[in-house]
Write a protein that binds this ligand. Structure first.
Ligand code: SF4
Ligand code: SF4
Length: 228
């Protein structure tokens, strides 16, 4: 899923200053799972913005709305309807959802309420971990299901850098992580050993083709049988 965190109230107030009728639009899938942009967070944010406006002596109307997936055009039609008569929309979706909505609302400004961070997993209640950067050339089949691109600080493909200490990545020396960041390659080696295929790491992997990742510009996928 896509993981994001909410911008500060001060930044949102700055973005929205001057608008009198604002629609808040949540997304009830990824960003609801990471507790930043679902309908519950829409309600909390609407209440906080309303209170802040009142304290500042401004009359602003906030309306709450939410759809299952703001990145899918069929779902957006409800938001487009809800936005009629509003000066601005504050979207609590990920960056993809904000852009999909902005493309449908060409006369109304759409602002992001979140900072979109990464593709990740819910590791436990209240903890989300980055584990995929959408590199376009998945290595998990060689690395025991542990991603060397998102979980190794140097994105190494051919084993550890030698900087790890007691199972921890050397980036822990640069600043304090809580909890400390493990060395992904030590985890990969341990996993391959358990699977009985540790010798796999001696096969030298060629350089990554980063043009398949975001270095190649905006990517698109078209189904082979699809006529556009
Ligand atoms: S190797 Fe690439 S596609 Fe596979 S999990 Fe890592 S970043 Fe994602
Ligand atoms: S210590 Fe491990 S995880 Fe950190 S950069 Fe080196 S190989 Fe990658």
């Amino acid at each position: 899923m896509i993981v994001g965190t909410r911008k500060s109230l001060a930044e949102l107030q700055e973005m929205l200053s001057g608008y009198k009728k604002i629609l808040l639009s949540g997304c009830d899938t990824c960003v609801a799972e990471c507790a930043s942009g679902g309908r519950r967070e829409v309600a909390e944010l609407a209440a906080a913005l309303q209170l802040a406006s009142q304290l500042a002596g401004k009359e602003v109307e906030f309306k709450e709305s939410s759809v299952d997936r703001q990145c899918i055009h069929e779902f957006l039609l409800d938001v487009v309807d809800a936005a009629q008569g509003y000066d601005a929309v504050l979207s609590l979706a990920c960056g993809a959802g904000v852009q999909a909505l902005a493309a449908k609302l060409d006369q109304t400004p759409v602002f992001p309420a979140l900072n979109t961070l990464f593709i990740g997993e819910t590791a436990e209640r209240g903890l989300w971990l980055e584990n995929c950067r959408g590199c376009g050339d998945c290595q998990l089949g060689y690395t025991g299901g542990i991603c060397p691109i998102s979980r190794c600080a140097k994105r190494l493909l051919n084993g550890p850098c030698g900087g790890a200490s007691h199972g921890l990545c050397e980036i822990n020396l640069a600043r304090e992580y809580d909890p400390p960041v493990p060395c992904a390659w030590e985890q990969i080696c341990a996993r391959l050993q358990i699977l009985g295929v540790l010798e796999r790491i001696f096969a030298v992997k060629p350089s990554m083709d980063w043009s398949k990742a975001d270095a190649g510009g905006p990517r698109r996928v078209v189904r082979p049988d699809q006529k556009l």
